[in-house]
Design a binder for this molecule. Sequence first.
Ligand code: ARG
Length: 465
Amino acid sequence: MSNEHNQQKLSSARFSESTDAFVEAFTASIQFDQRMYRQDIQGSIAHAKMLTKVGILNETELREIIKGLQQVQTEIEAGEFNWSIQQEDIHMNIEARLTSIIGLTGKKLHTGRSRNDQVATDIRLYIRDEIDLILSELKRFQTGLIQLAEREADTIMPGFTHLQTAQPVTFGHHMLAWFEMIKRDVERLQDCRKRVNTSPLGSAALAGTTYPIDREFTAKLLGFERITENSLDGVSDRDFAIEFTAFAATLMMHLSRFSEELVLWSSAQFQFIDLPDRFCTGSSIMPQKKNPDVPELVRGKTGRVYGHLMSLLTLMKSQPLAYNKDNQEDKEPLFDTVDTVRGSLRAFADMIPAIIVQKEMTYEAAKRGFSTATDLADYLVGKGLAFRDSHEVVGLAVAHGIKTGQDLSEMSLDTLQTFCDKITDDVFDVLTLEGSVAARDHLGGTAPNQVRAAVARARVYLEEG
Ligand code: ARG
């Protein structure tokens, strides 16, 4: 740590002894909040421009401040900045360095603001930047899902309820279920962005400031859509961080469900898919192993994001107005949420279009488990039976199939007629897997042409979004 940075703490005049070394380290946030350096500098430049506009700083001072802050940014990005625990956090580290570069003018920057509105502004700018990156990664992931859905629009696999074979579905249809979930996640994130994108700058410590500040001006410079309407709320609100983490927890829940299917499907027992080797690792002892590490890890990482959501909710619970030091604890959960979501999404966006579907295996699996039993029941309703009676008839046919090891489509017409004399040889059209999926031909159904129509709608949605 350089000497310049060991200058007195900014707030030390009222103290008669210096802070205990342990307390200093315990209360500091510089170890983690340095990641907001860009947003802090951006916010300070906007604040300085506003102070100049309202006549508190002059143009020369503004130029000095901007130049000094740019130098600070260059030093940080070159890895040359000496972060100091004594300067506690990102705000004071930057301000202290600015003052050491430009002198007295640096000390004027903090006029009319507090670290309380400064940090609230920084976090909002930081989350907004991350939201935009996450939105583009979500789009890449959705694009991959659509590609895979289109490629496998005709591929037949068993559809499950209770993880028991239920009815045949198309693989493309299954992928589009994931697309819908991610679409809702995107909508949630876009909605959250509106509330994130609100400027608390000007709330100062808690009550506003005596200077003739122009809050609309700084908000505009920073790209905020609106400003907070109450200074007490402005410095203490962290709802937006909770909302963001709630979005993240829901997304991770979806990714974890998806991961679970990928893990199951790539197992020797299912063999529905093959994950390219680059997304898997081997075992140090079992030479035959190819482990689906990426989906397993994403499934596992879901827990920490749930934990961060609970941390933030608990952090805010019972806090009296306005700012409290507790709020410093919002950053690590938020940052880790961002890292986890970005990493998981990147892995999924890369992996999904590269999945290899073992069509013969999914087809064979769909043939087992009497997946067309409902089709036979519907067929009998068409022949005049009440659905409950046809359900009973098909139940008997399935019991016979279990005993003889035959699928319904493998039974002779004579055999089928022993269960119901209304069955004729057109029954075999509905007992095939192809017939079964093609018959579910309505919006939201699994028929291949519905999958293609849904893919087309999804493409339009992505282009417009
Ligand atoms: N490091 C602090 C935080 O993260 C900045 C605000 C500190 N404000 C204060 N009055 N101590 O919340």
